[in-house]
Every structure is written in structure tokens, then in C-alpha cells.
Design a binder for this molecule. Sequence first.
Ligand code: AMP
Length: 272
Amino acid sequence: MQQEATRLLQAGNTIALVPTMGYFHEGHLALMREGRKQGDALITSIFVNPTQFGPSEDFQAYPRDLNRDARLAESVGVDVIFAPEAEMMYDQGHQTYVTLDALSLYLCGPSRPGHFRGVATVVTKLFNIVRPQVALFGEKDYQQLAVIRRLARDLYFDVRIIGVPTVREADGLAMSSRNTYLSPDERRSALSIHQSIQLAQEGVAKGIKDARQLVAETSGLIHSHPHTKIDYVTLCDPETLEDVKRVDEPSLMALAVWVGHTRLIDNAILTP
Ligand code: AMP
């Protein structure tokens, strides 16, 4: 991959990179379509990164289908798929990690210790291997996008980070490779995540500003569906991710909800 990147760059191409864990859905393909417009050479990486999974998380169970992914990637014009083995990305003596201070403490930070360290480390490796001028990430993983923007800035990566809006199923559920874990019953309950954000959006549009009230209404709607357990529902500053008490400015509503054994996340900016 490094040799191929050198060849592409020496021939005057700009490289666009879409990092993924594979098992593609329309969300991934939206990133690739945007990447196709942004770079001469479009590279997508497929790597289920072990260091971003906790010991009790779904690293082993995470869905994988490289052949199907390759077909889908080709259909949207991906030039190169980079799908390394774990031993290649982390050899036996590996001991260097990238960590962020504040940004990794909020939202998913407390329930997924080490997750953003794994993400920041693997993205740093991918940037060094692929040397993209543009890299695309989904707004669905809002905190991840914030972490990567900060990381690129702090470490002087000469790469433009582009956020792509969340792609949803027809009924509003944010697309995720993990949706495949849901039973039909759980799938119905999972819809409450998006519905509850819409409820908060309507509340803000009607003039409700109190974050506690908005969070309570959001949580109430989710709890009224079976199989759900809230990890967090937060209203925060879209840049720093620190909690806000009132929605006087555009604020990020972010949530993580267990539906059965599946942990799902979603978010939206609420604008008063
Ligand atoms: P993943 O394979 O889940 O690690 O996701 C790879 C990239 O696709 C990340 O930048 C995600 O934020 C992005 N992504 C995942 N789901 C969606 C979605 N529903 N809409 C837009 N982007 C997404």
C-alpha cells in the first residue's frame, strides 16, 4: 500500500481515503461517492481494528464479508481496497498509541474506555500508510469525527477531513453494520432512537431550551419501547462536547442506546 501510494502521488494524483471496518451499507457508499468527487485516486480501507474494541465487545462477532464489500466498492468507483491483517497493523513489538485528552472523555468515552485511543491510533497509521490529501468520515460517529479533526490538526497531518451526513433507512434508523444484529422486534424498538431525537428537535423548535427537560423527554420515549436501555442521552457543545444546560446555540444531541445486546448511537444538531 505504501508503494502504491507513492506511485499514485508521484504521478500527480490526489488521494482520497475512506477508512471503514467493512460490511458495507449505503452510509459507507455515500462516503465513497463523495470521496470519488474529492480525489483522483479513491482508496478505502477495510480493517476491523482490534484496539478500538473493549474486552467484552463484539470484535469477534463483528460482521465481515470482503467479497461482497469489494463488489460494492467497485460499483462506486473505488480504485484500491486496503485490507490489512491485524498482525500487519500491530506487529509483536507494537507499543505506540495516540491518545486525546478531553475529547475522548465525553459521550462514548466512559462506557468504551480505550475506544478512541484505538481509533486515533489506527487512523494515524492509515494516514501514514496511505498519505491521503482528503479523508472522509461519517457524522453518524460524531465524536469520532471530532477526534479525527483534532488529531489531524494537532499532529499536522496535511489532510482535509470531510464529514458526510448520516444515511438512514427509509424509516429513519441510522444505517450501521451492527443493525444486522437486531431481531425484528428489536429493530422496531431501535426506531425510537431517531424518533426521540426528532421529538427533541420539535421541542427546541417550540421554544424549549432546558437541556434537562429535553433529555428527559427523549429518554422517556426510548424507555417506552421494549428491549431498550439507555447508555447516555446528552446535549452538548458541538465543538468541545461539554454538556450544555440550555439550548441557546445550536447544540449536539448525542445518544447511545442498548437494544437487546446491540449498542447503537445516533445524533443531530438541534438549532433553536
Ligand atoms: P464503520 O465501518 O462503521 O467503522 O464506518 C466507517 C465510516 O462510515 C465511518 O466514518 C462512519 O462514521 C461512516 N458511517 C457509518 N455509518 C454511517 C451512516 N449511516 N451514514 C454515514 N456514514 C456512516
